[in-house]
Write a protein that binds this ligand. Structure first.
Ligand SMILES: Cc1cc2nc3c(=O)[nH]c(=O)nc-3n(C[C@H](O)[C@H](O)[C@H](O)COP(=O)(O)O)c2cc1C
Length: 491
């Protein structure tokens, strides 16, 4: 599979009838965000805005958004036909997350077509949307890949952290301590040194897919991206630090983040992945911009956060594949046997996860939950774990509902609450005092396992074939008889 850059992908989507170019003038102030939300809700096209109010003659004039809130486009990005079943995509992602091809450094590339430094640095030159009426400002970093380097190991980390437009050369960002990039920032903080960063905006969306998902500690996301692309990523060195960025990126913002709280600026509020807008403006670390490099006529890639029923955004669509694949790999690496399927519905972003097992022993579902909850990937995910037998198609909520209705006995040990676990600080069901990250380091989650497998605690009834009553499904012989005579019945 040959991958390209953002422009290649927009052209591919356009050829497939999956891109809408909007040439009418639109306002960066909420209008772009509202149109993007409508595309989420209608499962509509990817969007390229070419005429943004107040940005006809600025450095940046175009905004691309809503690239992969549809599973069919996610399948295309992964090199599959649009109608590929999610299970197949999850299987592919499980393999690719483990396939590493290190990047190569090239002398230059399109991202170096323009280099802005000193007084030429002006973030207001880009058509940054204010995505939603409750947002605290214009958000320039929404699906940007933030590159940092671990000062101990030298390994590069690439993660997605949001950032709001501050002044012409500052961007307050939300880089949580639980993230790989946040742990790197903690090291710089302990050394009282500024952390060099490069924010990469707009490249092959496989970058967004990998940067927005937790990879195992110590693994460089560029190596993983190489694995997905079946070829080494071509990177160029930044102008003002030793970080490396894709040669074909649209825009790269170089700078540093000072751990000194005196430099912090207010950031927020902004939509959360939970579908709520619950944050308040908070002093956050700031990217102090020293240099911007960009392609000619650069495209600002961005996205709107927050998924609602019937309105899945890009994060939740990618999470429905990545968070299932990551969980499955965790279960495999922990030696949990009999995993038949792992499914994450886009609407929960991975907060809920369903695992179907070929049950080997009564305590098997508990083993599944323990393995997931003990992993680092559970930091923001896997709050509610539902385990079923493998006769249940867990990609179908109706089947899960049936299993919960008739295989769960809450008075026994089918509902297990694991209290006081680490978890998301953005979950609105958690009291505010248990979301105090400054005090607790992370949010506190009371996790739950719903064991919706057939219990093995019953004594087998002589007339049953197993421990659980058979269903009302007709026998195979009876079905065959009716099949054979079907036409005779007059259908
Ligand atoms: C669209 C999108 C927005 C995100 N926003 C943030 C954010 O503002 N802060 C944050 O810490 N993580 C955010 N994340 C989650 C991280 O990108 C994700 O957990 C990733 O694994 C972090 O990478 P790292 O572990 O290498 O640091 C976002 C993810 C996506 C897809």
């Amino acid at each position: 599979m040959a991958f390209g850059d953002l422009r290649t992908w927009l052209a591919t989507f356009e050829a497939a009838g999956e891109l809408k170019r909007v040439t009418a003038e639109v306002d960066w102030d909420r209008e772009i965000g509202t149109i993007a939300r409508r595309s989420f809700t209608t499962k509509g096209p990817a969007l390229l805005f070419e005429n943004v109010k107040g940005h006809k003659n600025t450095v940046g004039r175009k905004v691309a958004t809503a690239l992969f809130h549809k599973r069919s486009r996610m399948a295309m990005l992964l090199g599959f036909p649009p109608d590929t079943p999610v299970r197949e995509l999850v299987r592919h992602v499980r393999e690719k997350n483990k396939t590493l091809i290190p990047p190569v450094v090239v002398p230059t590339g399109p991202v170096k077509e323009n280099i802005l430094r000193g007084k030429d640095v002006d973030l207001h030159q880009f058509p940054t949307p204010k995505w939603h009426y409750r947002d605290g400002g214009r958000y320039i970093l929404t699906f940007a890949a933030i590159v940092t380097r671990d000062p101990d190991t030298g390994v590069l980390n690439v993660g997605v952290y949001r950032g709001m437009l501050g002044t012409r050369d500052t961007i307050p960002i939300l880089i949580l301590a639980s993230q790989g990039g946040g742990q790197t920032f903690s090291k710089y903080r302990q050394r009282k040194q500024p952390m060099p960063v490069a924010a990469v905006i707009g490249y092959d969306p496989i970058m967004d897919f990998i940067a927005g998902s937790p990879m195992p500690s110590g693994v460089c996301e560029y190596d993983v991206m190489g694995g997905y692309r079946d070829e080494a990523m071509k990177l160029v060195k930044c102008e003002t630090n030793d970080l490396l960025v894709p040669a074909g990126a649209e825009i790269v913002i170089e700078g540093f983040v000072d751990p000194d709280a005196k430099t912090f600026e207010l950031e927020g509020s902004f939509g959360e992945y939970t579908g709520h807008n619950s944050d308040v403006p908070t002093p956050r670390p700031v990217v102090k911009v020293e240099c911007i490099t960009h392609r000619n006529d650069p495209i600002l890639r961005g996205t709107q956060e927050g998924t609602l029923p019937g309105s899945f955004n890009e994060n939740s669509m990618m999470s429905s594949i990545q968070r299932a694949a990551i969980a499955w790999n965790v279960l495999e690496s922990q030696g949990v046997p009999g995993i038949s399927n792992v499914h994450v519905h886009p609407v929960t972003n991975g907060t809920n996860i369903c695992v179907a097992i070929n049950k080997r022993y009564q305590g098997h579902p508990k083993q599944v939950a323990c393995a997931l909850w003990g992993s680092n990937a559970a930091a923001w995910r896997y709050k509610n774990v539902i385990v079923t037998d493998d006769d249940i198609d867990i990609s179908d909520y109706e089947q899960i509902d049936w299993a919960i209705a008739y295989r769960v006995n809450a008075g026994k040990d089918d509902i297990v609450i694991f209290p006081g676990s680490f978890g998301s600080s953005a979950d609105p069901s958690t009291p505010l005092e248990e979301r105090n990250v400054a005090k607790l380091g992370a949010g506190i989650w009371n996790r739950v396992l719903i064991d919706a497998t057939r219990t093995w605690m019953f004594d087998p009834m002589p007339e049953w074939e197993g421990r659980f009553p058979p269903t009302v499904q007709p026998s195979t012989e009876d079905e065959a008889l009716v099949d054979a005579r079907w036409k005779e019945y007059g259908w």
